[in-house]
Design a protein around this ligand. Structure first.
Ligand code: SAH
Length: 213
Protein backbone atom coordinates (compact mmCIF):
# COMPACT_ATOMS: atom_id res chain seq x y z
CA UNK A 1 0.00 0.00 0.00
CA UNK A 2 1.27 3.48 -0.75
CA UNK A 3 0.53 6.62 1.22
CA UNK A 4 -2.17 7.57 -1.26
CA UNK A 5 -5.13 9.84 -0.59
CA UNK A 6 -7.31 7.11 0.90
CA UNK A 7 -4.56 5.64 3.13
CA UNK A 8 -3.82 9.18 4.33
CA UNK A 9 -7.45 9.90 5.12
CA UNK A 10 -7.83 6.73 7.18
CA UNK A 11 -4.51 7.34 8.92
CA UNK A 12 -5.53 10.88 9.90
CA UNK A 13 -8.98 9.74 10.98
CA UNK A 14 -7.45 7.13 13.30
CA UNK A 15 -5.11 9.76 14.78
CA UNK A 16 -7.96 12.19 15.46
CA UNK A 17 -10.11 9.53 17.04
CA UNK A 18 -7.24 8.74 19.47
CA UNK A 19 -6.98 12.38 20.55
CA UNK A 20 -4.41 13.85 18.18
CA UNK A 21 -6.16 17.12 17.42
CA UNK A 22 -3.35 19.67 17.04
CA UNK A 23 -3.49 20.94 13.45
CA UNK A 24 0.25 21.43 13.04
CA UNK A 25 0.94 17.90 14.33
CA UNK A 26 -1.69 16.39 12.02
CA UNK A 27 -0.24 18.33 9.07
CA UNK A 28 3.24 17.04 9.90
CA UNK A 29 1.94 13.47 10.09
CA UNK A 30 0.16 13.93 6.80
CA UNK A 31 3.36 15.09 5.12
CA UNK A 32 5.72 12.37 6.38
CA UNK A 33 5.12 8.93 4.88
CA UNK A 34 5.57 6.34 7.68
CA UNK A 35 6.09 3.69 5.01
CA UNK A 36 9.53 5.15 4.31
CA UNK A 37 10.69 4.17 7.79
CA UNK A 38 9.62 0.52 7.66
CA UNK A 39 11.37 -2.19 5.67
CA UNK A 40 10.39 -5.65 4.52
CA UNK A 41 7.48 -7.75 5.61
CA UNK A 42 5.62 -5.10 7.61
CA UNK A 43 5.51 -2.34 4.99
CA UNK A 44 1.87 -3.04 4.18
CA UNK A 45 0.96 -2.28 7.83
CA UNK A 46 2.69 1.11 7.77
CA UNK A 47 -0.58 3.07 8.06
CA UNK A 48 -2.16 0.92 10.75
CA UNK A 49 -2.17 2.43 14.23
CA UNK A 50 0.21 -0.12 15.72
CA UNK A 51 3.87 -0.37 16.68
CA UNK A 52 5.92 -2.47 14.24
CA UNK A 53 9.26 -4.26 14.50
CA UNK A 54 12.38 -2.62 13.06
CA UNK A 55 16.04 -3.78 13.13
CA UNK A 56 18.01 -4.47 16.34
CA UNK A 57 14.96 -5.89 18.13
CA UNK A 58 13.40 -2.42 18.43
CA UNK A 59 10.04 -0.99 17.36
CA UNK A 60 8.69 2.00 15.50
CA UNK A 61 6.09 3.52 17.83
CA UNK A 62 2.36 3.50 17.26
CA UNK A 63 1.39 6.57 15.18
CA UNK A 64 -1.22 7.80 17.69
CA UNK A 65 1.42 7.68 20.45
CA UNK A 66 3.85 9.61 18.22
CA UNK A 67 1.08 12.16 17.67
CA UNK A 68 0.13 12.47 21.34
CA UNK A 69 3.76 12.82 22.46
CA UNK A 70 4.48 15.41 19.77
CA UNK A 71 1.33 17.33 20.64
CA UNK A 72 2.29 17.37 24.35
CA UNK A 73 5.62 18.99 23.47
CA UNK A 74 3.93 22.12 22.07
CA UNK A 75 6.86 22.70 19.71
CA UNK A 76 7.48 26.19 18.35
CA UNK A 77 9.24 26.99 15.06
CA UNK A 78 12.35 28.31 16.85
CA UNK A 79 12.76 25.27 19.08
CA UNK A 80 15.79 23.02 19.37
CA UNK A 81 14.62 19.51 20.19
CA UNK A 82 16.42 16.42 21.45
CA UNK A 83 15.04 12.95 20.83
CA UNK A 84 16.48 9.98 22.72
CA UNK A 85 15.76 6.76 20.79
CA UNK A 86 15.99 7.41 17.04
CA UNK A 87 14.81 3.90 16.13
CA UNK A 88 13.45 4.11 12.58
CA UNK A 89 13.70 7.92 12.51
CA UNK A 90 9.96 8.41 12.08
CA UNK A 91 9.40 10.43 15.26
CA UNK A 92 12.42 12.62 14.44
CA UNK A 93 11.00 13.27 10.96
CA UNK A 94 7.71 14.44 12.50
CA UNK A 95 9.61 16.70 14.92
CA UNK A 96 11.64 18.12 12.02
CA UNK A 97 8.44 19.52 10.47
CA UNK A 98 7.69 21.57 13.59
CA UNK A 99 11.04 22.55 15.10
CA UNK A 100 14.01 24.59 13.94
CA UNK A 101 16.54 21.86 14.73
CA UNK A 102 16.27 18.23 15.83
CA UNK A 103 19.04 16.20 17.44
CA UNK A 104 18.31 12.49 17.73
CA UNK A 105 20.44 9.76 19.32
CA UNK A 106 20.29 5.99 19.42
CA UNK A 107 22.57 3.42 21.04
CA UNK A 108 22.45 1.26 17.88
CA UNK A 109 24.76 2.49 15.11
CA UNK A 110 22.89 0.45 12.54
CA UNK A 111 19.60 2.23 13.27
CA UNK A 112 21.25 5.65 13.16
CA UNK A 113 22.78 4.88 9.75
CA UNK A 114 19.48 3.64 8.32
CA UNK A 115 17.58 6.64 9.72
CA UNK A 116 20.17 9.08 8.30
CA UNK A 117 19.72 7.56 4.84
CA UNK A 118 15.96 8.19 5.03
CA UNK A 119 16.46 11.76 6.33
CA UNK A 120 18.78 12.40 3.35
CA UNK A 121 16.35 10.87 0.86
CA UNK A 122 13.51 13.02 2.24
CA UNK A 123 15.81 16.08 2.43
CA UNK A 124 15.12 16.58 6.12
CA UNK A 125 18.21 18.71 6.57
CA UNK A 126 17.43 20.05 10.06
CA UNK A 127 17.93 16.64 11.74
CA UNK A 128 21.28 15.52 13.10
CA UNK A 129 21.52 11.89 14.21
CA UNK A 130 24.22 10.53 16.52
CA UNK A 131 25.13 7.12 17.91
CA UNK A 132 25.33 7.66 21.66
CA UNK A 133 23.91 6.62 25.00
CA UNK A 134 21.12 9.17 25.14
CA UNK A 135 20.58 8.87 28.89
CA UNK A 136 23.41 11.38 29.19
CA UNK A 137 21.76 13.71 26.69
CA UNK A 138 23.95 15.72 24.34
CA UNK A 139 25.99 18.09 26.54
CA UNK A 140 27.60 19.79 23.53
CA UNK A 141 24.23 20.82 22.06
CA UNK A 142 22.42 21.53 25.34
CA UNK A 143 20.27 23.16 26.56
CA UNK A 144 17.14 22.10 24.68
CA UNK A 145 13.72 23.71 24.39
CA UNK A 146 12.09 20.29 24.16
CA UNK A 147 13.19 16.72 24.91
CA UNK A 148 11.38 13.53 23.93
CA UNK A 149 12.45 10.11 25.15
CA UNK A 150 11.04 7.17 23.19
CA UNK A 151 12.32 4.38 25.44
CA UNK A 152 11.17 3.77 29.01
CA UNK A 153 13.34 4.80 31.96
CA UNK A 154 12.72 3.97 35.61
CA UNK A 155 12.95 7.69 36.30
CA UNK A 156 13.47 10.68 34.03
CA UNK A 157 17.30 10.66 33.57
CA UNK A 158 19.01 13.43 35.59
CA UNK A 159 21.24 14.65 32.72
CA UNK A 160 18.15 15.13 30.53
CA UNK A 161 16.37 17.14 33.22
CA UNK A 162 19.51 19.27 33.55
CA UNK A 163 19.70 19.87 29.77
CA UNK A 164 16.13 21.19 29.57
CA UNK A 165 15.79 24.98 29.34
CA UNK A 166 13.70 26.83 31.89
CA UNK A 167 10.22 26.88 30.36
CA UNK A 168 11.14 23.73 28.45
CA UNK A 169 9.05 20.57 28.17
CA UNK A 170 10.14 16.93 28.22
CA UNK A 171 7.98 13.90 27.47
CA UNK A 172 9.23 10.55 28.76
CA UNK A 173 7.72 7.11 29.43
CA UNK A 174 8.53 6.09 32.99
CA UNK A 175 8.34 2.66 34.61
CA UNK A 176 9.66 -0.90 34.55
CA UNK A 177 10.29 -2.24 31.06
CA UNK A 178 8.16 -5.37 31.46
CA UNK A 179 5.15 -3.56 32.89
CA UNK A 180 2.80 -0.84 31.76
CA UNK A 181 4.57 2.49 31.96
CA UNK A 182 3.28 6.03 32.38
CA UNK A 183 3.89 8.75 29.87
CA UNK A 184 5.05 11.79 31.85
CA UNK A 185 5.23 15.41 30.79
CA UNK A 186 7.86 17.38 32.69
CA UNK A 187 7.90 21.18 32.59
CA UNK A 188 10.94 23.04 33.88
CA UNK A 189 10.03 26.19 35.79
CA UNK A 190 12.13 28.91 37.45
CA UNK A 191 12.03 26.98 40.69
CA UNK A 192 12.10 23.31 39.65
CA UNK A 193 10.18 20.71 37.68
CA UNK A 194 6.45 20.04 37.36
CA UNK A 195 5.32 16.50 36.55
CA UNK A 196 2.10 15.60 34.81
CA UNK A 197 1.05 12.01 34.18
CA UNK A 198 -0.51 11.69 30.72
CA UNK A 199 -1.48 8.08 30.03
CA UNK A 200 -0.32 4.46 30.20
CA UNK A 201 2.05 3.39 27.42
CA UNK A 202 4.39 0.56 26.57
CA UNK A 203 7.88 1.25 25.24
CA UNK A 204 11.10 -0.75 24.88
CA UNK A 205 13.49 -0.01 27.76
CA UNK A 206 16.13 2.70 27.86
CA UNK A 207 19.33 0.64 28.03
CA UNK A 208 22.76 1.81 29.20
CA UNK A 209 25.77 1.90 26.91
CA UNK A 210 26.08 1.38 23.15
CA UNK A 211 24.54 -1.55 21.28
CA UNK A 212 26.71 -4.18 19.56
CA UNK A 213 25.54 -3.08 16.11
N1 SAH B 1 11.39 6.93 18.10
C1 SAH B 1 11.56 5.69 17.37
C2 SAH B 1 11.16 4.46 18.16
C3 SAH B 1 12.11 4.22 19.22
S1 SAH B 1 12.22 2.59 19.88
C4 SAH B 1 10.84 5.74 16.04
O1 SAH B 1 10.20 6.74 15.73
O2 SAH B 1 10.95 4.76 15.28
C5 SAH B 1 13.35 3.00 21.17
C6 SAH B 1 14.76 3.25 20.72
O3 SAH B 1 15.49 3.67 21.86
C7 SAH B 1 15.47 2.00 20.19
O4 SAH B 1 15.90 2.20 18.88
C8 SAH B 1 16.64 1.82 21.17
O5 SAH B 1 17.82 1.37 20.52
C9 SAH B 1 16.81 3.21 21.72
N2 SAH B 1 17.49 3.29 23.01
C10 SAH B 1 17.32 2.53 24.11
N3 SAH B 1 18.15 2.94 25.09
C11 SAH B 1 18.86 3.98 24.60
C12 SAH B 1 19.87 4.84 25.14
N4 SAH B 1 20.35 4.70 26.38
N5 SAH B 1 20.37 5.80 24.35
C13 SAH B 1 19.92 5.97 23.07
N6 SAH B 1 18.97 5.20 22.51
C14 SAH B 1 18.44 4.21 23.27
Amino acid sequence: MSFDAEAKMQFLFALRSKGVTDKAVLNAMERVDRGRFIQGYFTDRAYDDMPLPIACGQTISQPSVVGLMTQALKIGPRDKVLEVGTGSGYQAAILSQLARRVYTVDRHRRLVHAARAVFDALELSNITAFTADGSFGLPDQAPFDRIIVTAAAEDPPGPLLAQLKIGGIMVVPVGQSDAVQSLIRVTRTDSGYEYHEMRPVRFVPLVEGLGKD
